[in-house]
Design a protein around this ligand. Structure first.
Ligand code: AMP
Length: 396
């Protein structure tokens, strides 16, 4: 299989599927550039070799065709700055402007295509659409780990048009190497820390992790479904009561498999969903009506830190509380610091999922953990042992 380090891109037009699905504010400024920054080494390798680069990505979830707020043109300035090259922009990813701009592209130049998802054929994995995209380049590089679990036109279908000329970029290579390390060279104890808003969407992950981990720490909004299912009073906290049985099954599964499942014992509660809300520390089982838990409490933090401190492998997805509110970010920050400290002692730590990544960046700890994954859903599916279409399309 071709490898980015050994491949000579000289004179080639290289079509790279990147994951530039970055958050933008109302003024269209990028509020977290991690995903773009991660793709720069791949882009630079190709440019330094003497190739040219055509970047394609999706952004957000446009419903019916083009939407201004999801236009990739908002990224041109930043990409140009970090790649140190001029960036041309094709305001449609398929068809005339893209064809013309791609053909006239010179070595050392970059062309950015408009949002792939402005065409509904992208998510359908449409072969005709994939062929149009493929016609723009001589070589296909998939560096979009964040969408590797999707069988879309630009992530999977397209690879068939590049037999012998398809490869992973550095982001993909790094992601796969680091996750493989967690899965196949696991040093024990192995602890998974799961948080975020909801249990739904993470059930399969939790169930699959049960067969791999020694400890499972649960925080974030999802903890209240577990607490409530066990009979605790959680007030107005986020609860999915249709998942009580699922939550109880998870706990039973953990017992059967010898996994220690750690639920919070206390919470920081608020009288409304607001940074300025009145705050109290409270037993997690005794949250008064009309109050809601927005963070894990100090006893929980102490206990979680102790488990983290004696782990040799850590996987973390999802914040421990509403860390976007300064008054409710303590739990997430303390856990992030504990993971960083464990890493310093030789523990291998992998952080994944949009919000956990935003959290470690916000606390300035990204350099102090072993690896920050850019692809939340893809990372978790890979950890579940599923075949990712974007990975298979290159490997097969
Ligand atoms: P997810 O995308 O499922 O990982 O969820 C991330 C979101 O969960 C973040 O925006 C957090 O603000 C939110 N979150 C974490 N803890 C809570 C909580 N206790 N109540 C409500 N939302 C929460």
């Amino acid at each position: 299989m071709a490898n980015i380090d050994n491949f000579n891109f000289r004179g080639k037009r290289v079509l790279i599927r990147v994951d530039f699905n970055v958050p933008l504010n109302e003024k269209h400024d990028i509020t977290d550039t991690t995903r773009i920054d991660a793709a720069i080494p791949t882009i630079q390798k190709i440019l330094v070799d003497g190739g040219s680069v055509i970047l394609m990505s999706h952004l957000g979830r446009p419903k019916e065709g083009p939407e201004e707020r999801y236009s990739l043109k908002h990224l041109v300035g930043y990409i140009s700055k970090v790649a140190g090259a001029s960036v041309k922009f094709a305001d449609d990813c398929a068809g005339e402007p893209a064809d013309r701009l791609a053909k006239s592209l010179q070595p050392g130049e970059i062309l950015l295509l408009e949002n792939l998802r402005f065409h509904k054929e992208e998510t359908k994995g449409d072969p005709g659409f994939a062929r149009k995209l493929a016609s723009l380049g001589d070589v296909y590089v998939n560096d979009a780990f964040g969408t590797a679990h999707r069988a879309h036109a630009s992530t999977a279908t397209i690879a068939q048009y590049f037999p012998g000329n398809k490869l992973f970029g550095y982001v993909m290579e790094n992601e796969l190497r680091n996750i493989d390390r967690v899965l196949h060279q696991t040093q024990r104890p192995f602890t998974a820390i799961l948080g975020g808003a909801k249990v739904s969407g993470k059930i399969e992950i939790i169930n699959n992790l049960l067969s791999k981990v020694d400890h499972l720490l649960i925080g974030g909004g999802m903890m209240f479904t577990f607490i409530n299912a066990l009979g605790g009073h959680v007030g107005k906290s986020l609860v999915e009561d249709e998942l009580f049985e699922v939550a109880l099954n998870v706990m039973e599964g953990a017992r059967d498999m010898g996994v220690q499942l750690h639920l919070p014992v206390d919470a920081v509660i608020a009288d409304r969903f607001d940074n300025e809300a009145v705050r109290k520390i409270c037993d997690v089982n005794e949250i008064p009506d009309n109050w809601m838990g927005l963070d894990i409490g100090p006893d929980t933090i102490r206990h979680f830190k102790e488990v983290i401190g004696r782990s040799k492998t850590i996987l973390w997805n999802g914040p421990m509380g509403v860390f976007e509110f300064e008054n409710f970010m303590e739990g997430t920050r303390e856990i992030a610091m504990a993971v960083a400290e464990a890493t310093q002692q030789g523990t291998f730590s992998l952080i994944g999922g949009g919000d956990s990544v935003a959290a470690v960046n916000r606390f300035g700890l990204a350099q102090r953990v072993s690896y920050v994954s850019t692809g939340g859903g893809a990372m978790l599916e890979y950890i579940e042992g599923k075949e990712l279409p974007g990975v298979e399309a290159i490997r097969k």
